[in-house]
Write a protein that binds this ligand. Structure first.
Ligand code: GLY
Ligand code: MN
Ligand code: MN
Length: 490
């Protein structure tokens, strides 16, 4: 190695943006080898991960904006496509394998970096070309190559198992790594928490900006554009964690509105509720925040009723979440709190416990309470073999992306909601087992209302949940903020 070269301290988008220290990835690799040793990884084994590749737009020569594969990012912090990484389990020594580009690459993509420069950029001592992977492995002579193979329990899709020409001549174990690395990703390190705090803070500020921008006559996508611009211009966030959901009026009841067939293109009307679910992404680390408020900046009585019911559910969970508590129990706490308030408002009637059992809460909130968050917005490790299985004891609880017992340093969203979804209401009002719980006239008055979701990003500490989201949340706070007050508060 050329000793003249200084190792960079991290990944950063320039002045004013957060420096993601290379130590973050080094720490993750150390955690991984320590864990694998406790799981009796074979002596002299090597972890091999394959990074993501550029994805062409259909058959064209244009590619989608690249985003690194999350397991690879977690271990190596490499933002370039087409790489592999290896870790010798006994020693923790890391290797990266980089693409060898033709000379013409320099014309289109810029000067081709030397191996020393990759060392410098990513702080990894051993840099090889991908084409030499087989030779390097032959030199290292691992007893076993540990590859990543497993299913994402949210998408049902499988991780891409590393492979190279010649791997068939090695002993490969693809059963040990996945559960361990997925489990390690669940609890965040101090350095990861710093990145998450940063991206949540940027997203919070962008949401606050949108709250003051929104007005009757604007289109939903104009609000989206204000969010995107702020996160990129101020925060250096080149990506968002998911397609922005900017539902207003009736669209606020469409859980994943904003997709290509409904691209946030409605003109905002007087009296609308806005439900804006948007989260920036910084070097892979996600945020996921939803703010709901009236376009007018002042809540009507009906808007206040639904908003406060959801806020009470959110706050009940926030004050109860701490290590040792079951996430499934918190989902039920939120559902119960919501139903109690909807009952007080005369929207539903009957015994709350029976309503829960019969699935009334899931008519109003047909999604889970929230999810783990990290390098994926719906982060991995929700249902690993040693965790509580997907619960089914109450309708709706099966939608949870995890039912784990909370642990210190988990980062999750708390996102209760209440929506008036015609499809579900029609079904409920026709079903005698459900319709008995509904005040049909009142429910019908709310058709077209849309919905409310209040989504916060929280860190579990030993003393409880800390809300990292910094946006106005109470009715009064929202009204004050939208009226141009409280500039110094957030
Ligand atoms: N934005 C997707 C979600 O809230 O889970
Ligand atoms: Mn969200
Ligand atoms: Mn979410």
């Amino acid at each position: 190695m050329n000793s003249e070269l200084k190792i960079d301290s991290g990944l950063c988008m320039g002045p004013g943006t957060h420096m993601v220290p290379l130590e973050l990835f080094d720490t993750n690799r150390k955690r991984l080898v320590d864990r694998l040793k406790t799981k009796n990884a074979p002596k002299n084994s090597i972890v091999l991960l394959e990074g993501g590749n550029d994805v062409p737009v259909h058959d064209s020569d244009i590619t989608y904006l690249f985003r690194q594969e999350s397991y690879f990012m977690w271990a190596f912090g490499i933002t370039d496509p087409g790489c592999y990484g290896a870790i010798e389990v006994d020693t923790g020594i890391a290797h990266i394998f980089i693409p060898k580009f033709p000379a013409e690459y320099a014309v289109w993509m810029g000067r081709i970096l030397e191996k020393d420069e990759w060392r410098n950029k990513y702080g990894i001592e051993n840099v090889h070309y991908v084409e030499d992977l087989n030779n390097v492995m032959n030199d290292l002579k691992p007893s076993t190559i540990l590859t990543l193979k497993g299913m994402n329990t949210d998408s049902g899709l499988c991780s891409k198992e590393a492979s190279f020409k010649g791997i068939e001549n090695f002993n490969v174990n693809n059963t040990l790594l996945f559960n361990e690395i997925a489990d390690l990703r669940v609890c965040k390190t101090k350095l990861e928490i710093e990145v998450l705090k940063y991206v949540i803070e940027i997203s919070s500020a962008a949401h606050r900006k949108v709250m003051r921008y929104v007005s009757v006559g604007k289109t939903e996508y104009q609000c989206e554009s204000v969010f995107l611009h702020y996160c990129y211009e101020v925060g250096g966030c080149r990506h968002v964690s998911y397609t922005c959901i900017c539902g207003t009026g009736h669209n606020a009841s469409i859980l994943h509105y904003g997709h290509a067939g409904a691209p946030n293109d409605r003109k905002i009307k007087e009296g609308d509720m806005c439900l804006f679910d948007m989260g920036a992404n910084y070097y892979g680390y996600a945020s996921d925040i939803t703010c709901s408020y009236p376009v007018s900046g002042v809540f009507t009585e009906d808007q206040k009723t639904i908003y406060n019911a959801v806020l009470n559910a959110n706050l009940a969970v926030l004050s109860s979440a701490k290590p040792g508590v079951s996430w499934a129990d918190l989902h039920i706490l939120a559902a119960k709190t919501l139903l109690e308030d909807l009952k007080k408002a005369g929207i539903v009637k009957g015994n709350v416990q029976e309503m829960l059992k019969d699935g009334v809460a899931a008519i109003f909130q047909p999604h889970g309470l929230g999810h783990l968050m990290g390098l994926d917005v719906h982060d991995v490790g929700g249902y690993l073999p040693n965790n509580p299985p997907r619960p089914t004891h109450i309708p709706g609880v099966d939608k949870l992306r995890t039912a784990r017992i909370l642990e210190e340093n988990m980062v999750l969203t708390i996102e209760p909601g209440c929506y008036f979804i015609d499809h579900l209401l029609d079904h409920a009002l026709k079903d005698p087992n459900l319709s008995k719980y509904f005040e049909a006239d009142v429910v019908n008055r709310f058709r077209g209302f849309g919905g409310v979701r209040i989504e916060d990003d929280v860190l579990i500490t030993k003393d409880g949940a800390v809300n990292l989201t910094k946006v106005p949340r109470t009715v009064e706070e929202i009204e004050r903020w939208m009226a141009g007050k409280d500039d110094d508060k957030y």
